[in-house]
Design a protein around this ligand. Structure first.
Ligand SMILES: O=P(O)(O)OC[C@H]1O[C@H](O)[C@H](O)[C@@H](O)[C@@H]1O
Length: 431
C-alpha cells in the first residue's frame, strides 16, 4: 500500500499541514510506534490485533468449514465487528457463484426476505459473536435455526459458531457439538477481520485466505518509527493532524465497487475506536465514481470541515468500451472502462485540490487477497496510531455498550438504569 499526502501539504489546503508540522508530528509517531510495538510484544488487549497475520491459523478455519464447504450460500449472522470484516472480504474478492448474505440487523422484513431467497439445505450458517450475548445476533440466529427445522434441515449440520470462551453461544456449540472457532484473544471485533471472525465465509468461497494473511503480514513488516517510512502511520497521523486543524469529517471514497463494503468496515473502525472524550473524526462512506455525482459538490464547496480519502487499486480488470459511430462519443470508443474510472478518480482529486480541500490518495497494487489483506491491516494500524495521538482508549466502546444495556433492559433481560432512561424521554410530539 502506498499513500500520497501531497494534497494535504499544498499551500492552498485549508485545513492543511506544512512541512514543519509534519516533522513535529513525526516525533509523536515515533513514541506512538514504540507504545504499539510494546503492546504487540505483550499481546495487550487491542494491540494484539496487529499480530493476527501471524497468530491466525488458516488450517483451523478450513477444518471448521469442512462439512459445509460445498454450500451454495453462506449466511453470516453477526453485527458490527462480527459481520463487517467478513462482508468486506467476500464483497472484494469472493466468487460470484456463492452468495454471501449477512444478517446484521433485526428488521423482520430483511430477515424474512433473506430466508425466502436462500435454500437453507444448501446454506452454511456462520454465527459470530465475541460476547455471545448480542441481542440482535442471537435473535436472528434463533429465527434462522427455527426456519431450518421447519424446512426439514438439521441446523446442527450446517452451523459454525465463532465466539468467546463462554456465554450462550459457546454453551450451544458444546451442547450440539457444532464446529466452533475461538475469537482471537485480546482483539476487539472491529479489528478481527483477519481472524476466525472475518475469514470463514471467504474460506468456504475458496478465497486464498493465506494470501489475505500474507497481505496483513506485509503490513506488519512495513510498520516503522517514522511516518515518512510507513504508509499506515502516515495515514493515521495525517488524519489526526487534519482533524486537529478542523477536518472533523473523513470521507472514505474508494474507486472500486468491490470496496464499497470496505468503506462501511472503515466507518466502524474509525468511529468506534476514536470517538471518545470529545475527540474523533466522523467517517463518511462514499463510492467513486458514483458519489461524485451526488456528494462531490458538498466536499468541494461545502464547509471546510473535511478530508477526503481516495482509495484505488493500481491495476484493474479490463473491459473495452466498443467503437462508436456517434461522433461526440469518439473519445470513449476503444477506451477501457477502468481507464474511465481512473480518469474520474484523477479528476476528483484535482478538483478537490484546486479548491484547497485536503485529500489523500491510497493505492494498493490490485484488489486481490494480498492487496486487501494489506489494506485492512494498514487501516487498523493507522487507526491504532491515531488513537495513540488522540490519547483515547482505542479498544473500548462504552457508548455502544450503554445502548446495548438499554435494549436488553427494555426486552426484559433484567432491570437496567439505561432502560429506565428510555422511559424518562422528554417528548414534544408535533403532528
Ligand atoms: O461480537 P459481539 O459481541 O456480538 O459484538 C458485536 C458488536 O457489538 C457492539 O456493537 C460493539 O460496539 C461492536 O464493537 C461489536 O463488534
Amino acid at each position: 500500500m502506498n499513500i500520497d499526502i501531497g494534497n494535504v501539504l499544498i499551500d492552498e489546503a485549508e485545513p492543511g499541514l506544512d512541512a514543519d508540522s509534519l516533522e513535529t508530528l513525526d516525533e509523536r509517531v515515533r513514541e506512538a510506534h514504540q507504545r504499539i510495538a510494546d503492546g504487540r510484544a505483550r499481546e495487550e488487549f487491542g494491540y494484539a490485533a496487529l499480530n493476527l497475520p501471524e497468530t491466525t491459523d488458516p488450517d483451523a478455519i478450513r477444518q471448521a468449514c469442512t462439512e459445509v464447504e460445498d454450500s451454495e450460500t453462506i449466511l453470516t449472522v453477526g453485527i458490527g465487528g462480527s459481520a463487517l470484516g467478513a462482508a468486506t472480504i467476500t464483497a472484494a474478492i469472493g466468487d460470484d457463484e456463492t452468495g454471501h448474505y449477512v444478517l446484521d440487523n433485526v428488521d423482520p422484513a430483511r430477515t424474512n426476505s433473506v430466508l425466502a431467497e436462500i435454500d437453507l439445505a444448501e446454506t452454511a450458517v456462520h454465527v459470530v459473536s465475541r460476547s455471545g450475548t448480542t441481542a440482535e445476533t442471537l435473535a436472528n440466529f434463533l429465527v434462522v435455526r427455527e426456519a431450518m427445522t421447519d424446512d426439514g434441515v438439521d441446523w446442527t449440520d450446517r452451523t459454525i459458531v465463532t465466539t468467546g470462551d463462554d456465554g450462550p453461544l459457546r454453551s450451544l456449540a458444546k451442547k450440539h457439538e457444532l464446529p466452533a472457532l475461538d475469537v482471537p484473544d485480546g482483539v476487539p471485533g472491529r479489528c478481527a477481520a483477519l481472524s476466525t471472525v472475518g475469514l470463514v465465509p471467504a474460506a468456504i468461497m475458496g478465497c486464498d485466505i493465506e494470501a489475505l494473511l500474507a497481505g496483513g503480514e506485509a503490513g506488519a513488516e512495513s510498520l516503522a518509527p517514522s511516518l515518512f517510512d510507513c504508509p499506515a502511520y502516515a495515514y493515521g497521523a495525517v488524519a489526526h493532524a487534519l482533524d486537529q486543524q478542523g477536518a472533523g469529517v473523513n470521507v472514505m471514497m474508494p474507486y472500486a465497487e468491490g470496496l464499497e463494503s470496505f468503506a462501511e468496515w472503515f466507518a466502524q473502525l474509525w468511529a468506534e475506536s476514536l470517538g471518545k472524550e470529545g475527540e474523533g473524526q466522523t467517517p463518511v462512506r462514499a463510492l467513486g465514481a458514483t458519489d461524485q455525482h451526488s456528494q462531490l459538490q458538498l466536499y468541494r464547496a461545502g464547509p471546510r470541515d473535511k478530508m477526503v480519502t481516495l482509495v484505488r487499486p493500481e491495476n484493474r480488470e479490463s473491459l473495452t468500451v466498443p467503437e462508436t459511430e456517434i461522433p461526440d462519443l469518439d473519445y470513449l470508443g476503444n477506451t477501457d472502462l477502468g481507464r474511465v474510472l481512473d480518469a474520474e478518480f484523477d479528476a476528483t482529486e484535482a478538483s478537490l485540490a484546486d479548491a484547497g480541500c485536503p485529500n489523500v490518495r491510497i493505492e494498493i497494487e490490485r484488489l486481490d487477497a494480498h492487496g486487501l489483506g494489506r489494506l485492512l491491516y494498514d487501516m487498523q494500524a493507522a487507526c491504532i496510531l491515531a488513537g495513540e495521538l488522540y490519547g483515547v482508549d482505542t479498544f473500548t466502546q462504552p457508548a455502544v455498550e450503554w445502548g446495548k444495556r438499554a435494549a436488553r433492559g427494555l426486552l426484559g433481560a433484567g432491570e437496567t438504569a439505561e432502560a429506565r432512561a428510555v422511559a424518562d424521554k422528554y417528548c414534544r410530539r408535533i403532528e
